[in-house]
Ligand binder design. Sequence first.
Ligand code: PGA
Length: 252
Amino acid sequence: MTQRKQIIAGNWKMNGTLSETANLINGLKQKIKSDTLRRNVILCPPFTSLILARELTKGTPFKLGAQNVHFEGKGAFTGEVSAEMLKETGCEYVIIGHSERRAYFHEDDALINKKVKKALGTELQVIMCVGETLEQREKGITNDVVRTQTDGSLHNVSEKELEKIIIAYEPVWAIGTGKTATPDQANEVHEYIRSLISDSYSPAAAERLIIQYGGSVKADNAGELLSMSHIDGALVGGSSLKADDFAGIVLA
Ligand code: PGA
């Protein structure tokens, strides 16, 4: 069995002025030291903080990610940011298909797939999010929803390209609500996602795939979630905004 190194990513969402960015990153640098670190860490501040974050994270183990990207290279797309621009600011990762983008900005699997392809073509690694709503869970269609999202978002993604993709399972009902999926509930869906990848790619690809859990991950529940066999990290929202809380998860 391959050993997957766990990855913890902080999704700051629309939080982080420049002074807040500096405070947070400086706090994290004090609490998280590279020599003892067992997990990889990615910080995803808003676009406007990326350049500052790049300066502040030099010489640290922290990698940078963005929270969104456009699927075209350039042009008349007012308000959008390209993959090339993100690369230039020091990003190695980009979050695509977050449930907030799906819900508030009407992003569907076809659009998400175009963004995934663009990001991969620009050598950005992707954190691709999937997850069901409470209504879908209660109807018993969690696996169907996750399968449709995974298949649609990964359309025409090769097995080689898949190595640059992390899948984040984020049940929508657990995001920002304080309701975490139980470790067993999360692990079950992660195992299902791995089986989908095994079927559509190969058992080796499935074995390599990093699957993060997201949804109200906190320092006091992270240890248990991260001890599950199919949970390879976390995508953290609210608790990524305080150095103590985020360090508690990274070091859990
Ligand atoms: P949360 O958000 O940790 O605040 O629930 C997770 C996410 O949206 O990625």
